[in-house]
Write a protein that binds this ligand. Structure first.
Ligand code: GLA
Length: 722
C-alpha cells in the first residue's frame, strides 16, 4: 500500500509490518525519512525539519539553512552540492560531470513487472511507486521505481535513466538502490569466502569511512555475494532489527555503507562502477537491475524468512519455487572424466535401487573431452564414450526408473575445440595481447548476437527431444581481458554489463522454450549464487566443497538469503575429496538434508550395509522433502562448536530439527537445544518416542543434546501434532 501526503510531498510505502517513508524537501530533492517497523500517523517531514545544522558544508540554492550533505538523500548525484558517495555519475559532452536531479512528479500503479532485459521479482498484487526526477538543464529524466510487496514485507528499488537531450551522455555510475540513515549504530553483515568456502557469514561494526564489498569478476564470484545486511548491534538469530539488500544481478557489482562526518550512513548497491561507462544516446533509456530491500525486527531468521518466501513465490520462474526436486546421483566425484557406458549404467542401477530419481551425467560426455583441456563449445555427443547417443542412454535410464540430466558449460570455449578454430573472434580478448586462460578455457562474448544464437541452438538441440529434464549449467572462470573484438571503442566499457544482458537473453529463451527442464546453476560451486540466476535457475550447486563439516558454514551463510529449495547439497565419499576429512554417512546425510539432497559418490563401491543406510536416508528425505523445500527454516542458537537448524511447516504442525557437533570435548555436560517457531500451546510428539510436550516446552526448555561421543556427530528430531 502507498499513502501519499500531497500537502507535504511524503510517500508512505507500507507492507504488513514495515514502513518506508520518502519525502521531497523544499529544494525538490528526495530524502528517506524512515525505514523500519511499521509506523502510523500523518506527517513525518519534521524528521528533516528538525535537523541541526553542521558547519563547513555547502549551501543549496543560496540557502544557508539548506545543507544537502546533511540530509538523508535518496538518490544523490555528484557534487551538487553533496560531496559524499553519489548514486549516479554522468559525463556530458563538454566534460562536465555535474547533474542536478530534482522532483518532477510521481506515478502509482498496481502490479510489479519484470524489467526489460533483466530478471526481477514480479507480483500482480504489488504496488509500484515511480518517483520521477529531472535535470532540466541536461534534459534527463531519472525514475526511481519502488515495488511494495505488502504480504511479503519486502520492497524493491530500481532506476530508469532516460536521455531527452540532444547529445549523447556517458553513465559512469548508476546504482540500483540508495538510501540513508540519520545514524551509524549498525553492523555490516556480508557473505564472504573463496572457491570451496563460499558464503561465510561475517559481521563488523560500521565506523566513519566507507565499508565496501564488490566484484570486478564478471560475476558476483566466490568472494562476495551481492548481499549487504545492516544489523542493530543486538540483532541475533531470532531478535533484533536487521536490514537486508540483495541485488537481482549476476555480474560485477558493488555495495557500500558510508558513514559521514556527522554519523549518518548512506547505503547503496548496484552494477560495479569501476570500468563501467555506458553511452546513452538521445531518446534512449538505461534500466538498472533491482535491489530487494527487506527489514525484519525478528533477527536474521526473520529476514531470511522474508527473502525465502519472496524468492520461492515471486522470483523463481515457471513455478519452480514450489515444484519438488528430484534426488539426484551425479557421477562427477564418482568417475570424474573417466567413464564409459557400462560404468554409468552400473552407477545408475545402484542409484535406482536405493531410491534415487535422477541421473546427472557431469562433464566429459561431448566432443573429445577427457580432461579440462578440450572441447568446451563442441556440444555434440561423444558416441564412443557414451556407447551411443544421449537419447539412447536416457532410454536405458528410464527403464531403470531414472530421469536424466546433463552438465553443460555453454558460456565457455576451449582453445582446443572446433568452435574456437572456426570462430577465434568469439572470445572476450584484446587483439593486442595473448588472451589469458583459466582452467584452460576462454569466455565467449555473450554481447554478440551470433554467439548467443549459437548457444541457444546448441542447448535447444539437446533438449528438444524431451529426454533430458535437467541441465547443470556451469561457469568455471571469470572474465579477464575485458574487450569485445570488433566492438566500437566507445562501447568497450559496456562489455561486463552486456555480457550479463546476453546471458539473461539466452536464459530467457531457453527457460521459455523448456519450462519443465530444471536448470541448476553452478559456477565452480557457488561462484554465481544470486537472485538473478535464481530467477532462471531455481537450484544452485552451493559449493564444490562436499565435505559435511565445511558445508555447515557454507550452507548456514547461504541460507541467510537463499531458500533451502534452491540449495543443491550432495553426500559424497570419505575421505572427502576436497579436505580429506572422514565423517559418518549419517552426518553427511543430515548436512545434505539442509537443502535439496543428492549424491556424488561411487555407489558400486559401497557395502550392502552402506547401501541399506543410504536407502533409509533417501526414504527419510522423501518424507521430509516438502517440509524442507517449503517450510520455514530457522538457524538455531548453539553453544560450543556446533550448528543446528530447524524446518517448521507453514501450519506449524510439523518440525524437523538437525544438530551437528563439530569437535567433541572431554568431560563436558551436553546442554539443551532451544527450538523456535512452534505453536506454544500445541501438543507435539517426538517421533519414535512416547514423549508429548507443549510447543512452549520444546521452545523454552529445548531438547536434550546427545553426549559428545565423537567429532562430527549429528542428530535429528521430528516433532508433529497428531
Ligand atoms: C565444476 C563444477 C563441478 C563439476 C566440474 C566439472 O568445477 O563445480 O561440480 O561439474 O566443474 O568439470
Amino acid at each position: 500500500m502507498i499513502d501519499v501526503l500531497e500537502n507535504e510531498k511524503t510517500f508512505h510505502l507500507k507492507t504488513e509490518h514495515t514502513s518506508f517513508i520518502l519525502h521531497i524537501i523544499e529544494s525538490g530533492h528526495p530524502v528517506c525519512l524512515y525505514w523500519g517497523r511499521k509506523v502510523s500517523g500523518n506527517g513525518f517531514s519534521y524528521i528533516v525539519k528538525e535537523l541541526k545544522k553542521a558547519s563547513y558544508l555547502a549551501w543549496t540554492d543560496g540557502r544557508k539553512d539548506l545543507r544537502l550533505e546533511q540530509y538523508p538523500l535518496l538518490y544523490p548525484v555528484y557534487g551538487y552540492p553533496d560531496l559524499r558517495n553519489p548514486a549516479v555519475h554522468i559525463r556530458y559532452e563538454n566534460g562536465s560531470r555535474i547533474t542536478d536531479l530534482r522532483y518532477k512528479g510521481y506515478r502509482i500503479s498496481k502490479g510489479k513487472q519484470k524489467i526489460p532485459g533483466l530478471p526481477a521479482v514480479t507480483d500482480p498484487e504489488a504496488d509500484v511507486l515511480e518517483l520521477i526526477l529531472e535535470d532540466n538543464v541536461r534534459h534527463i529524466e531519472c525514475t526511481l521505481v519502488f515495488g511494495v510487496f505488502g504480504e511479503y514485507d519486502a520492497f524493491t528499488q530500481s532506476v530508469i535513466l532516460h536521455n531527452n537531450g540532444r547529445n549523447a551522455l556517458t553513465i559512469e555510475k548508476i546504482m540500483s538502490s540508495c538510501f540513508s540513515f540519520l545514524e551509524d549504530d549498525l553492523e555490516c553483515v556480508t557473505l564472504t569466502g573463496a572457491w570451496a568456502r563460499e558464503c561465510h557469514l561475517s559481521r563488523e561494526r560500521l565506523r566513519q569511512g566507507t565499508f565496501r564489498i564488490d566484484s570486478r569478476r564478471g560475476a558476483g564470484g566466490h568472494g562476495q555475494n551481492p548481499f549487504l545486511g545492516l544489523a542493530r548491534p543486538d540483532c541475533s538469530q531470532n531478535n533484533g532489527g536487521i536490514y537486508g539488500m540483495n541485488l537481482v544481478y549476476s555480474g560485477s557489482f558493488e555495495a557500500s555503507a558510508e558513514v559521514d562526518m556527522h554519523q549518518n550512513t548512506r547505503v547503496m548497491m548496484g552494477i560495479q562502477s569501476f570500468d563501467f561507462a555506458w553511452q546513452l544516446s538521445p531518446g534512449e533509456s538505461f534500466y538498472t537491475p533491482e535491489a530487494v530491500l527487506v527489514y525484519s525486527d525478528s533477527g536474521m531468521n526473520g529476514m531470511s524468512h522474508i527473502f525465502h518466501r519472496l524468492y520461492r513465490e515471486r522470483l523463481m520462474k515457471n513455478g519452480w519455487g514450489s515444484r519438488p526436486r528430484p534426488v539426484v546421483i551425479n557421477n562427477w566425484e564418482a568417475t570424474y572424466f573417466d567413464f564409459d557406458r557400462d560404468k554409468l549404467l552400473a552407477l545408475a542401477k545402484e542409484a535406482a535401487e536405493i531410491g534415487v530419481e535422477m541421473f546427472v551425467l557431469d562433464d566429459g560426455w561431448f566432443g573429445c573431452r577427457n580432461s579440462e583441456n578440450e572441447s568446451l563449445g563442441d556440444w555434440t555427443e561423444n558416441y564412443e564414450k557414451l556407447g551411443g547417443t544421449l537419447s539412447g542412454l536416457a532410454d536405458e535410464l528410464e527403464r531403470l526408473g531414472l530421469k536424466f540430466g546433463i552438465w553443460m558449460e555453454p558460456e565457455m570455449v576451449s582453445p582446443d575445440s572446433d568452435l574456437f578454430r572456426e570462430h577465434p573472434d568469439w572470445i572476450i580478448a584484446s587483439p593486442e595481447y595473448t588472451p589469458q586462460l583459466a582452467r584452460n578455457q576462454y569466455v565467449l562474448d555473450l554481447s554478440k548476437k551470433c554467439v548467443r544464437d549459437y548457444i541457444v541452438k546448441a542447448v535447444s538441440d539437446i533438449l528438444k527431444n524431451g529426454k533430458i529434464s535437467y541441465i547443470k549449467w556451469d561457469m568455471n572462470r571469470n572474465i579477464t581481458d575485458a574487450f569485445s573484438q570488433g566492438g566500437a571503442a566507445e562501447h568497450q566499457q559496456e562489455l561486463h554489463h552486456r555480457y550479463i544482458l546476453g546471458l539473461y537473453d539466452i536464459l530467457e529463451q531457453l527457460t521459455g522454450q523448456f519450462p519443465d527442464v530444471l536448470f541448476e546453476g553452478c559456477a565452480g560451486g557457488g561462484g554465481r549464487y544470486d537472485p538473478g540466476m535464481l530467477y532462471y535457475m531455481p537450484q544452485i550447486w552451493a559449493s564444490d566443497d562436499t565435505d559435511a563439516i565445511e558445508r555447515l558454514a557454507i550452507q548456514q551463510g547461504t541460507s541467510l538469503i537463499y531458500p533451502a529449495v534452491s540449495m543443491s547439497c550432495h553426500v559424497s565419499a570419505v575421505p572427502n575429496h576436497q579436505v580429506g576429512r572422514t565423517t559418518s554417512l549419517k552426518t553427511r546425510g543430515i548436512t545434505a538434508m539442509q537443502g535439496m539432497l543428492g549424491y556424488e559418490l561411487d555407489l558400486t563401491k559401497c557395502t550392502d550395509e552402506e547401501k541399506q543406510a543410504l536407502a533409509e536416508q533417501i526414504a527419510e528425505y522423501k518424507s521430509l522433502r516438502d517440509l524442507i523445500g517449503q517450510g520455514r527454516m530457522y538457524r538455531l542458537e548453539t553453544t560450543g562448536y556446533a550448528y543446528a537448524w530447524m524446518f517448521v511447516s507453514e501450519d506449524k504442525r510439523e518440525a524437523y530439527i538437525s544438530y551437528v557437533q563439530v569437535l567433541t570435548q572431554p568431560n563436558t555436560v551436553p546442554k539443551r537445544l532451544r527450538l523456535v517457531g512452534l505453536e506454544e500451546e500445541g501438543l507435539y510428539c517426538l517421533a519414535g518416542t512416547d514423549q508429548i510436550r507443549t510447543g512452549s516446552q520444546w521452545v523454552h526448555c529445548g531438547v536434550g543434546l546427545p553426549g559428545g561421543a565423537a567429532d562430527f556427530c549429528g542428530r535429528t528430531w521430528r516433532l508433529y501434532i497428531k
